[in-house]
Structure formats: structure tokens, C-alpha cells
Design a protein around this ligand. Structure first.
Ligand code: SF4
Length: 314
């Protein structure tokens, strides 16, 4: 692939000037910091991770060792509001398995809970500068367009991305591709005239053709929760639902018309939820009382936070 020498060179040159060098995890060689950022970034916008969750989480759990010693509730509490809580549970499980540090090979990383091909390769590339491809949504879009791949299978995209890696500087090559997808090779109306790959890009005539996406399918769900507040404490329960496993949620109730307080809508992953709230004064045995003032740090979801706020505004 010597024909790719120039685009690789141009890509690195572009990255030097336009890359997002200010992101804190890019200025760290601590593998735990890189791993944490990759897990958080999987489903959350960069700004929220950079400004809120990443610094707060690291303040509480500055190393894998400290994280390994924490209780799961504390970890879920620090993750509260970020969603996709299995990420926090897996992170905690990894810390317990590897409190002294993560393995350096992709093969070993893939054996750990919650670490898939993307995360393993990101740790190997960004943390250890290994000669390995990284493919996230942004990079996949660039690769599909640059090589004009029509409906390729995932393994085909990984194959092309691997051939394209710049062995002289794999870490910056992958970061550059990621930023190019995020800043220039946009899903709609890519800025091809500003792109360092423009000259060699095989998909530039019709870039959208190579990245048509299927419409997301959503699922509607009705949820019925009870609200009971006493002595400035709120009654919650440990969730057994898959969606919020091990988090504290409001107790589920059977709807009784005269106790109805109101309803609101909430989106969570593929679910579009309609949440109905009811006043209750009889409780099951498995209630956990939480001080209202400590709700912010409790392992609760944004749905429960929203319900609590809604209750006061209703
Ligand atoms: S030239 Fe256009 S389509 Fe090709 S990689 Fe650059 S931005 Fe994407």
C-alpha cells in the first residue's frame, strides 16, 4: 500500500495543527486514565466526559487499585447520570481482577469484562503506541468513504483500517482518523475541501452513499413508580430490572387512579419511557431510605433524579 504513503503523511500533518490535543486523556500516559476515558466515551459526548464525569471519577478513584477497593454502590454513584451502568460494573470488575494494572496485549485485554475489540485496540494504540488499527464510528465512516466500501462487514472495515495504519506513528495516526471523522468527514455534508485525504479519497464524489444508516428502532415502555418521602428521606429499592441492575430506583407500584401524581417522558438507550408516578404510603420490606441531600451521590439513574424533581414541581 505504498500509494497510501502521502495520505498517511498528510493526515499526521493535519492532526498536528487541527487535532483535539487538549483532551486530558490524550495528555496522560496512565493506562487507567486512557481506559476510563474510552469506557466513558463509548456512549457519552466528549464535552460531558471531559468537563464532568472524567475529572470527578478520577478524583474519587485515582487508580485501579483504589477502584478495586471501592464498594459497587460508590462506583455506581459516581457513574450516576451517565447511563449504560453495565459500563461501571465492568470497570469495577476489571479493577478487582487487575488492581495492579491492565495487561498490555490485545489478546489478554479481550478476556476482561466489558472490553471488546474497540476498547482493547484503543488501549494498545493510545496507551502503548502499538502498531494496531482502532475502529470507532468516526473512523469507520472515514475508512468506508476513503476506500469507497459499499455496505462492508465490520471485519472488512477493520481489515482496511489495519492496512492503513501508519507504522511510524500508529497512536497519532488513529487519533488523527478519529478527529477527522469527528471534525471533517461528518455524517452529513462532510467538509471534503478541508480534508487532508481529499486527493486520494475514492468516495469523495458521493460520500453519503458509503455511510447510509438504517433508522434506529425504539421500544416504548410504560413504568409505574411510587413516591414516598418521610423525614427528608426518599424510599428507594435495589433494581432487579436489567436496565438499571443494582441501582436504586423508586418502588414499582400497581396504578391506582386516586393516587396518581403525574407522568413524564424519558429516553434511555433504545427505550422511550412513559413514567407514571403515584403517591404511596405502604411500603415493601426491601426499602432503602436515602437522605434527599445525599441523592446526588447515590447510585441512582437520571430517571430517578428526574422523577424526584418532577414530584416537587408537580
Ligand atoms: S475527502 Fe471527504 S469523504 Fe473523503 S475522507 Fe475526506 S471528508 Fe471524508
Amino acid at each position: 500500500m505504498s500509494a497510501l504513503k502521502n495520505p498517511k503523511k498528510n493526515l499526521l500533518k493535519w492532526y498536528k495543527t487541527h487535532g483535539r490535543h487538549e483532551l486530558p486523556w490524550r495528555n496522560s500516559d496512565d493506562i487507567y486514565h486512557i481506559y476510563l476515558s474510552e469506557i466513558m466515551l463509548q456512549q457519552t459526548q466528549v464535552n460531558r466526559v471531559r468537563d464532568e464525569y472524567y475529572p470527578q471519577f478520577l478524583e474519587k478513584f485515582p487508580s485501579l487499585h483504589v477502584l478495586a477497593q471501592a464498594e459497587q454502590d460508590e462506583v455506581l454513584g459516581a457513574w450516576s447520570g451517565l447511563g449504560y451502568y453495565s459500563r461501571a460494573r465492568n470497570l469495577h470488575a476489571c479493577a478487582k481482577l487487575m488492581p495492579k494494572g491492565l495487561p498490555q496485549s490485545q489478546e489478554e485485554l479481550l478476556k476482561l469484562p466489558g472490553i471488546g475489540r474497540y476498547t482493547a485496540s484503543a488501549i494498545c494504540s493510545f496507551g502503548h503506541n502499538q502498531n494496531i488499527a482502532v475502529v470507532d464510528t468516526n473512523i469507520a465512516r472515514v475508512i468506508k468513504r476513503f476506500f469507497a466500501l459499499l455496505n462492508p462487514a465490520d471485519k472488512t472495515i477493520w481489515h482496511y483500517a489495519s492496512d492503513f495504519v501508519n507504522e511510524k506513528d500508529p497512536r497519532h495516526h488513529n487519533l488523527a482518523l478519529m478527529d477527522l471523522g469527528s471534525l471533517i468527514c461528518l455524517p452529513n455534508k462532510p467538509k471534503c475541501q478541508e480534508c487532508p485525504l481529499f486527493k486520494e479519497c475514492q468516495g469523495q464524489d458521493e460520500p453519503e452513499l458509503y455511510t447510509q444508516t438504517k433508522k434506529k428502532e425504539y421500544k416504548s415502555l410504560e413504568l409505574f413508580y411510587g413516591v414516598y418521602i418521610k423525614n427528608n428521606q426518599i424510599a428507594l429499592q435495589v433494581s432487579k430490572e436489567r436496565m438499571y441492575k443494582d441501582m436504586l430506583i423508586l418502588p414499582s407500584v400497581d396504578p391506582i387512579e386516586e393516587n396518581f401524581l403525574g407522568k413524564f417522558r424519558h429516553s434511555y438507550t433504545k427505550y422511550r419511557l412513559s413514567v407514571h408516578l403515584y403517591k404511596i404510603d405502604v411500603l415493601e420490606d426491601d426499602i432503602v431510605w436515602v437522605d434527599i441531600g445525599k441523592l446526588e451521590n447515590a447510585p441512582i439513574s437520571s430517571l430517578t433524579k428526574k422523577a424526584h424533581k418532577f414530584f416537587y414541581l408537580a
